[in-house]
Design a protein around this ligand. Structure first.
Ligand code: TNX
Length: 518
């Protein structure tokens, strides 16, 4: 057992004193950071390492359930199969605290500082989210052995480190299309774990499309009973009960990720139109659809039944969703006139607001009379949502030719699409959000989001292959200041993720652009 504290605090007292550096300190194999996303400031002072073990006591702020969760999250990361996990105790800890998590009112939300010295670890967060990000940074600094749950060492040493950090953008998102292929609760939770490691804070779930309706609506049960039973390629689909959706929302929320539910309308609605005949202008239910064409379906926008229906599912989903957003899709409608489309979106905007949510829509909604609290998600490479910007609306940037994770890496990538671009890791990384879209200045940019459409993605392995490593590139664009970013440095930090990602079983694409470490 390690009885570090009494011993190492003496060491700290001597190594912190000014004067020549101790010559006995082991030379670290690499004084280079391998952190992604790149923090605002990283120092790696010379000095004795700290030893983390299940003996280390983790101190958390009192009466703060979210911070206590962060403490337990860290304890689980350090726990071994054979020794009880570190104790998580509320401040004041008494003697023996080695890892201290504290809220610092002088720091802004999501900001943190992390200090590792021989005497211990201190993470200060502007809020509990800041603490969580400090823990994620510490995690990347821990030896990779901790990721092998079944055979974790009882103690690991951590090199001295000082990080001061906070995000550039407030919206750092990933989107998962669970409509084209269904992903169950466990699979979505796995994606949440991976997304959280990169300090992303939004998971947008594309819950309905032509090929499937994925969330139980109690007042319209055929949506899932019938509309949930299909997917691309003819598989049996699936859906989340309201209890399961709540489970996802809570799991994400504990990890400081807000779920953004999307029900795509008025187009991309064949699954609903197949479930209820009365949603069609001709009163005839549509056949289920398992292909990958887009643009052919639309709600009957002149019918009051349509709005009764929309009000019902917006109400039910909003009640289950603590986050302030409801995404209404609004993309790729080819069968309505511009006037019909405009009236429809404006009416849906009112419905969303009446249930207490802010409307988010794909960039086709930009010309509509948007409220300033509504949000537009840019996606079409040659379009600009400048009309929305002129109305004071904020923009999420998801340029399809840079951050669509369903695009192929090379022309021969076995899965993925290529309509927007071929996107190697470097393409996903080398673009600047404040200048990329004409008419969208930095002040209008709410943040960045990387969508993963799943027409060609039928398994978690395939999903991970397309998301990693590009999601790490997008996360860095969303988090790090532009002056802290550069391809060569990013590529080498990315290369140093490989052992950890392998330990976590992530099926990542070994891009030839990256010097992967073993
Ligand atoms: C366009 S992006 C779509 C999706 C497809 C995707 C495939 C958007 C709002 N619409 O329906 O799945 O391309 O890359």
């Amino acid at each position: 057992m390690f009885r570090r504290l009494s011993v190492v605090s003496v060491v700290l007292a001597t190594t912190c004193a000014p004067g020549p550096k101790p010559t006995l300190a082991p030379r670290q194999p690499s004084a280079m950071s391998s952190l992604i996303p790149q923090p605002a400031s990283v120092e790696m002072p010379e000095g004795e390492p700290f030893t983390v073990s299940p003996d280390s006591v983790i101190v958390v702020p009192p009466h703060d359930a979210r911070a206590a969760f962060v403490g337990r999250f860290l304890a689980d990361l350090i726990a071994t199969a054979t020794v009880p996990p570190p104790k998580v105790v509320p401040d004041p800890p008494g003697a023996g605290a080695a890892i201290v998590l504290a809220i610092d009112p002088g720091l802004r939300p999501e900001h943190y500082t992390l200090t590792v010295a021989a005497s211990g670890v201190q993470i200060r967060g502007g809020d509990a989210a800041g603490l969580f990000y400090g823990v994620q940074t510490l995690r990347q600094h821990l030896p990779v052995d901790v990721e092998y749950e079944a055979s974790r060492p009882k103690a690991v040493t951590v090199r001295p480190l000082h990080v001061v950090d906070g995000p550039r953008f407030g919206w750092r998102g990933a989107m998962l299309d669970v409509a084209r292929h269904f992903f169950d609760v466990g699979e979505v939770q796995r994606y949440i774990d991976l997304v959280a490691m990169l300090k992303l804070n939004r998971l947008h779930l594309h819950l309905s499309d032509d090929q499937g309706w994925r969330i139980e609506i109690k007042s319209w049960p055929r949506l899932t009973a019938h509309g949930g039973s299909t997917e691309v390629g003819g598989g049996s689909g699936g859906f989340y009960t309201q209890a399961q959706y709540t489970e996802i929302v809570q799991y994400a929320n504990e990890r400081f990720i807000t779920i953004v539910p999307e029900i795509d309308m008025p187009g991309h609605t064949n699954a609903a139109l197949a479930s209820y005949a009365e949603l069609n202008c001709d009163g005839k239910a549509r056949e289920p659809y398992t292909g990958i064409e887009v643009g052919f379906s639309a709600f009957c926008v002149e019918s009051e039944t349509t709005y009764t229906f929309i009000d019902a599912f917006v109400r039910e989903i909003s009640a289950l969703t603590p986050g302030p957003y409801f995404h209404i899709g609004g993309d790729e409608v080819k069968t309505l006139s511009p006037a019909q489309y405009r009236q429809f979106i404006e009416r849906v905007q009112d419905i969303v607001q009446s249930h207490g949510k802010q409307m988010v829509g794909w960039d086709e909604v930009s010309p509509v009379a948007l409220k300033p609290t509504s949000i537009v998600q840019h996606w079409r490479p040659k379009e600009t949502p400048k009309e929305a910007v002129e109305k004071g609306v904020k923009i999420i940037l998801s340029p399809a030719d840079r951050v669509y994770l369903d695009m192929k890496y090379t022309p021969t990538t076995p899965i993925g699409l290529n309509w927007a671009a071929i996107i190697e890791v470097r393409d996903a990384y080398e673009w600047e959000p404040s200048t990329y879209v004409p008419g969208v200045p930095e002040a209008a940019v709410l943040g960045i989001e990387a969508p993963l459409w799943t027409e060609t993605v039928a398994s978690l392995r395939d999903l991970e292959f397309l998301a990693f490593p590009r999601l790490a590139a997008v996360a860095e664009i969303a988090w790090s200041r532009p002056e802290r970013r550069g391809w060569d440095d990013f590529a080498s930090r990315l290369g140093r993720q490989a052992p950890r990602w392998s330990a976590l079983g992530i099926n990542f694409y070994r891009s030839p652009q990256v010097p992967w470490q073993h």
